[in-house]
Write a protein that binds this ligand. Structure first.
Ligand code: KIV
Ligand code: NA
Length: 275
């Protein structure tokens, strides 16, 4: 089935939970597209898991466009959402619209995601008005790491929790088709999810959300730098890769690879003329 922002948004009403993963390249996008995962997020987490930065702040619009194009070449049926990088929507509203427009025009992706609540409403409305679907993102919004003083669970105090509920309602009102809730206490995530009619997509926010998102390198155990509490290893692809690489080295060294079947021949009559 072809996934669109409309089918994505309507899943909540139908009680169908949504599964989202990040993706950054053609090969992985092809594999994801063969599964029932509804959406790929080209997250700015690519700064960490693909480019080796220690936060998402250095990621550029060009980075997201480059990876977004690769992902788009790999999908037929999956919804593709691109993260708006830090400082690509923090200045003026026209600049935010122009940058969202570049992401969609240059990649062919279907939607953008940006971080923030009430403060972002004006920009979200303008982007939606430009016919670009927007996904919201509340809770631990990693582009605010320096303001939060680290990667910390958000919404623990009464004030923060009330603000998050307000933010979610403001995002819905601004026209988002879904909202990511990152590292929100489960019981607050439940209240937020019940406060809006658009699906909430949780990461570290419990099974009370309308869907889940994980960084693909995290869930496949390929990224060793750090493992958040909310990550589950669904397949130990990192281990399989290391074992495969070690087997390769062994066979190269002992000459069992390449074998006959991996090797090209030449006709004897040609060969004779070479001596
Ligand atoms: O960049 C990212 O991967 C994200 C998800 C974790 C929601 O924003
Ligand atoms: Na992100």
């Amino acid at each position: 089935m072809k996934n669109t922002v409309v089918s994505f948004r309507n899943s909540k009403e139908k009680g169908k939970k949504l599964s989202v993963v990040t993706g950054y390249d053609y090969t992985t996008a092809r594999i994801i597209d063969e599964t029932e995962v509804e959406a790929i997020l080209v997250g700015d987490s690519l700064g960490m898991v693909c480019l080796g930065y220690d936060s998402t702040l250095s990621v550029t619009l060009e980075d997201i466009i480059h990876h977004g194009k690769a992902v788009m070449r790999g999908v037929d049926n999956t919804l593709v959402i691109l993260d708006m990088p830090f400082m690509s929507y923090h200045n003026t509203t026209p600049e935010a619209v122009a940058n969202a427009g570049r992401l969609i025009k240059e990649t062919g992706a279907h939607a953008v995601k940006l971080e923030g609540g009430v403060d972002m409403v004006e920009k979200i409305k303008a982007i939606v008005k430009a016919q670009i679907p927007v996904m919201g993102h509340l809770g631990l919004t990693p582009q605010s790491v320096n303001v939060f003083g680290g990667f910390k669970v958000q919404g623990k105090s009464e004030e923060e929790a009330k603000q998050m509920i307000k933010d979610a309602k403001a995002l819905e009102e601004a026209g988002v088709f879904a909202i990511v809730l990152e590292c929100v206490p489960e019981k607050l995530a439940k209240i937020v999810s019940e406060s809006v009619s658009v699906p909430t997509i949780g990461i570290g926010s419990g099974n009370v959300c309308d869907g889940q998102v994980l960084v693909i390198q995290d869930m496949l155990n390929m990224y060793g730098d750090f493992k958040p509490k909310f990550v589950k290893t669904f397949a130990d692809v990192g281990k399989v890769m290391r074992e495969g690489l070690e087997a390769y080295v062994r066979e190269v060294r002992d000459g069992t690879f390449p074998a006959k079947e991996h090797t090209f021949g030449i006709k004897d009559e040609v060969l004779e003329k070479l001596y």
